[in-house]
Design a protein around this ligand. Structure first.
Ligand code: HSE
Length: 316
């Protein structure tokens, strides 16, 4: 028996990688949230509608929208001969490296799990939602969907994929600076192609060390330890050309006592992690924006905190 005919779920944006955790680490951010209203239909198909400030360019085809593949996979899994109509309220700006497609996929997956009474584990939810990322960028990376679904700091690892989530320290502030830069179509897909398929042992060792520091930093609530791990030898060196003024911004933020700085996901936004009981995050944001303006690059910024996971906001 299906208890509700429709449900609405909200899922927050996120930052992925955090430097050393390429495709592994994600952190939900309490700034923008997408909503997905999913309604059971008797059509047998997935239909996608969109509204909200960033809905205009959102693909509606179920194979191209990040809500489509998770919805199809869960309908097939349910064995029921039903369809769904998904209405996405698109509030997260796409193309900034804030997990916009991931949040949509997360909201839709959580809604479908509820409606179809599938009782999926966290691991299964994240695996399913990551199918949506393949539609958006060509690869089913789990880090953004993991953060948007489960909230807080999330580690997505292994094959088959497993997840762990940790509540971040309450004093953690995240500064997000978004340089205004011309974005190529399929920006994430292109940024992924820049990452080499093979890396040396030296790079692997560096990333294992840095990633371990980040994970332990979250477990212990130690923001300086987290920040010390926000270095990357796998993706950032090949992607930083996509983020105007990245090195200068990072240097300036660290000189002003940010704990760590990294490209947010595939960029172009940059995140600085700050212990707000010790430093003023807005001051660090202004320093970063000023550094960019020296090279005539305009930027916007916001300061936020970690967010919780996707949640049902209304049934039927
Ligand atoms: N881990 C992904 C990447 C995140 O860096 O390509 C994309 O938002």
């Amino acid at each position: 028996m299906i208890p509700d005919n429709a449900v609405r779920v909200e899922a927050y944006c996120s930052t992925a990688n955090l430097g050393a955790g390429f495709d592994v680490f994600g952190l939900a951010l309490n700034k923008y949230a997408d909503r997905a209203r999913v309604r059971i239909t008797n059509t047998g198909i997935v239909r996608i509608k969109a509204l909200g400030p960033y809905s205009r360019e959102l693909p509606r085809a179920p194979t191209k929208n990040s809500a489509g593949p998770p919805a199809r996979a869960l309908l097939d899994r349910s064995g029921l001969n039903t369809g769904v109509e998904i209405t996405i309220e698109k509030n997260i700006p796409p193309g900034l490296g804030l997990g916009s497609s991931g949040a949509t996929a997360a909201a839709c997956t959580k809604a479908m799990n509820h409606l179809l009474q599938l009782d999926l584990s966290n691991n299964e939810l994240v695996r399913t939602a990551s199918l949506g990322e393949a539609a958006a960028s060509g690869f089913a990376h789990p880090d953004n969907v993991g953060a948007s679904l489960l909230g807080g700091f999330v580690i997505c690892y292994g094959n088959p994929l497993r997840t762990v989530c940790v509540k971040p320290p309450a004093k953690l502030s995240i500064v997000v600076v978004s340089p205004k830069t011309r974005l190529p179509k399929n920006k994430t897909g292109l940024a992924r192609k820049l990452v080499p398929q093979k890396i040396g042992v030296r790079q692997a060792v560096l990333n294992i060390g840095h990633a371990s520091a980040i994970a332990l930093g979250f477990a212990n609530g130690d923001i300086d330890l987290i920040g010390s791990g926000m270095e990357d030898a796998i993706a950032e060196p090949y992607r930083e050309s996509l983020v105007p003024g990245y090195r200068a911004m990072k240097k300036a933020a660290l000189a002003n006592h940010a704990s760590g700085v990294a490209i947010s996901g595939a960029g172009p936004s940059v995140v600085a992690f700050v212990d707000k009981t010790k430093q003023d995050p807005k001051k660090i944001a202004r320093v970063m924006v000023r550094e960019l303006s020296k090279n005539n690059v305009e930027a916007t910024f916001f300061v936020t905190s970690p967010a919780g996971g996707a949640r049902i906001i209304r049934s039927s």
